[in-house]
Design a protein around this ligand. Structure first.
Ligand SMILES: Cc1cc2nc3c(=O)[nH]c(=O)nc-3n(C[C@H](O)[C@H](O)[C@H](O)COP(=O)(O)O)c2cc1C
Length: 182
């Protein structure tokens, strides 16, 4: 099983990057999980053709059996960079590339809500007609107070309760992806 763990930000330091990296490492015995960055992607334009970075992005998405997206919350929604990366996938550049693609959502924030509103936002985006992704229901991973739950030096998720919750979510996601790709 081949999964992508998409880092939902273009920031050079990010707890959501730690989370994507942690997922790739912790579940490496269950699937091949590649951490995917969005920071080099050209901002979306409806009238521009896909350049080479976007063509490669679309190919990577096409070839994945499933996708995990870790998102911060900016102004109660997902960061613009993440929205732009998704817009390429639901447009002339990548028509149908997300159609029925299994996707799991997770996220971390500095505050208490763990990017809950951004996660609601992205679930809605993923279910829009031009995306029509197959989003894992429930299984929310809302990591609030992120600075106290990760080791800032190693990037390790150190909060045991959160790791346990993540184990449960990923277990469900592996089954979900397996079933979807049957
Ligand atoms: C422009 C901007 C808007 C933000 N808006 C919110 C918000 O609406 N809700 C929230 O919980 N945190 C908000 N934050 C804080 C971020 O969640 C936090 O700083 C951080 O980005 C967490 O993820 P990261 O470490 O992966 O970047 C905002 C941060 C920025 C830079």
């Amino acid at each position: 099983m081949k999964l992508l763990a998409i880092v939902g930000t273009n920031a050079s330091f990010s707890y959501n990057r730690f989370l994507a990296q942690f997922i790739a490492k912790r579940y490496s015995d269950k699937a091949e999980i590649e951490v995917k960055e969005i920071d080099k992607l050209t901002p979306f334009s409806r009238t521009d053709m896909a350049d080479d970075t976007i063509k490669a992005w679309i190919e990577d998405i096409k070839n994945a059996d499933g996708i995990v997206i870790t998102t911060p919350e900016y102004d109660h929604t997902i960061p613009a960079a993440l929205k732009s990366s998704l817009e390429w996938l639901g447009s002339h550049a990548g028509p149908n590339v997300m159609k029925m693609k299994p996707v799991a959502v997770a996220g971390a924030s500095h505050g208490g809500q763990g990017s809950s509103r951004a996660q609601e936002d992205i679930r809605e985006i993923l279910l829009s007609p031009d995306m029509s992704a197959n989003v894992l229901p429930g299984n929310e991973i809302l990591i609030g107070q992120a600075p106290s739950k990760f080791d800032k030096e190693t990037g390790e998720l150190t909060d045991e309760a959160t790791v346990k919750q993540l184990d449960g979510m990923m277990d469900n996601f592996f089954k979900f992806v397996e079933h979807a790709n049957k």
